[in-house]
Design a protein around this ligand. Structure first.
Ligand code: NAD
Ligand code: DAU
Length: 356
């Protein structure tokens, strides 16, 4: 701990660092910025896995604090302990289907948790007017986007699920803290991520896990909903750029432009797994099931602002990213087994049991 008190150039609270995107972000940023201190604040829900971070957990510029962001007093103690100058806020309940079953937790964590962090940032900004607050959000706040158009940062907010509404509410709180208190905020709204460490409730790892285990692949509705898939490391590079160079009070959309119908994506994953395992064909496992209520038809972002202002570009095509992702899951059977035992079995039954 003595080492952690040394004079770091930045002292950053990273919330939700044990989740999917948080783990990828910390694994990228901790070694890249040895003169910054990163404190991972996470209460370790079902979606978290500290073993994701084994490569950095003994790094001199990394600390972990098990705190629930809805616990204001716990957070305040942590802010006092580390004297943060920035927050990168990723902690959230992140899965749409869970928000349909139990919206209350989404309001608690995503709205009230964000409010707590904003309050502590506002207090910290009294003595440090540069205090930076990066709020990591989603393209789901815009709702379904009509064919032929793309949502830019001024597109109307029109969320469909309790998850999306809770993120939209948090985004608006962040905006208000910039306008009312001059807090140095930046917001990012990103499309669907995929890659290593994603919990197998989300479409891509769920499909891979089901194929590996010979289970059917549940496709909601007609399978023609469109998502714009972005490899998680490309998202993390964008967050790094926005954190450092984004203009205070700004919003940045982050998308890959590789819009794909779910059924096309599913067939791509089947083909990659057939090639890698020599087994299959796997598309016989496709099973069309009852649609998700309020299911947004299409997500599509206009990301020209981050490209033009900050020079960001996605580095991988969807096909390249999917190959890497399938390889990762094939090599991580223990990780997958740990996620899919226990609570997951009940979750799966609850969400998919009456969909057939
Ligand atoms: P995730 O569900 O994999 O991880 C969320 C993390 O937050 C977990 O480690 C969990 O333990 C932690 N957490 C949850 N509630 C908490 C609480 N009350 N206190 C402290 N920690 C808590 O989520 P993810 O996919 O990594 O998403 C991270 C962020 O990025 C979220 O804010 C999400 O809305 C946003 N986002 C995700 C995607 C995507 O495709 N996954 C796309 C755009 C934006
Ligand atoms: O767009 C960004 C959002 O992407 C993030 O904010 C969310 O945190 C993240 O969960 C993700 O939301 P989606 O609802 O788009 O992702 P999901 O993986 O749940 O679903 C992707 C698509 O696949 C969607 O059209 C629903 C469909 N689907 C999903 C599951 C889990 C199925 O057809 N079958 C399934 O079993």
């Amino acid at each position: 701990m003595a080492e952690k008190n040394r004079n770091f150039k930045k002292r950053i609270a990273v919330t939700g660092g044990a989740g999917f995107i948080g783990s990828n972000l910390l694994l990228m940023m901790v070694p890249r910025y040895p003169d910054y201190l990163f404190v991972n604040i996470d209460c370790l829900t079902y979606a978290a896995n500290l073993s994701n971070l084994s490569e950095i957990d003994s790094a001199e510029n990394y600390e972990f604090e098990k705190i629930d962001i809805t616990d204001y007093a716990g957070l305040e103690q942590c802010f006092n302990k580390y004297n943060f100058d920035s927050v990168i806020h990723l902690a959230a309940e992140s899965h749409v289907d869970r928000s349909l079953i139990g919206p209350a937790l989404f309001i608690q964590t995503n709205v009230m948790g964000t409010f707590n962090l904003l309050e502590l940032a506002r207090k910290s900004a009294v003595s440090n007017s540069d205090f930076r607050f990066l709020h990591v959000s989603t393209d789901e706040v815009y709702g379904s986007i009509e064919t032929g158009s793309r949502a830019d940062e001024n597109y109307p907010v029109n969320p469909s699920s309790p998850y999306a509404a809770s993120k939209a509410a948090a985004d608006q709180m962040v905006r208000s803290y910039h306008k009312s208190y001059g807090l140095n905020t930046v917001i990012t709204n990103c499309t669907n991520n995929y890659g290593a460490f994603q919990f197998p409730e989300k479409l891509i790892p769920l499909l891979i896990n089901n194929i590996i285990n010979g289970k059917t692949m549940p496709v909601y509705g007609d399978g023609r909903n469109i998502r714009d898939w972005l490899y998680v490391e490309d998202h993390c590079r964008a967050l790094d750029l926005v954190f450092h160079n984004g203009v205070a009070g700004s919003v940045y959309n982050i998308g890959s432009g590789s819009e794909t119908e779910n059924i096309i994506l599913i067939k791509k994953i089947c083909a990659i797994l057939e090639k890698k395992t020599g087994a299959g064909p796997f598309d016989k496992l496709i099973e069309f099931v009852k649609d998700r209520p309020g299911h947004d038809r299409r997500y599509a972002l206009d990301s020209s602002k981050i490209k033009n202002e900050l020079g960001w570009e996605p580095s991988l095509s969807l096909d390249e990213g999917l190959e890497l992702t399938v390889d990762w899951y094939l090599s991580q059977s223990d990780w997958l087994k740990k996620c899919t035992s226990g609570e997951y079995v009940n979750y799966y039954e609850k969400v998919y049991g009456d969909r057939k």
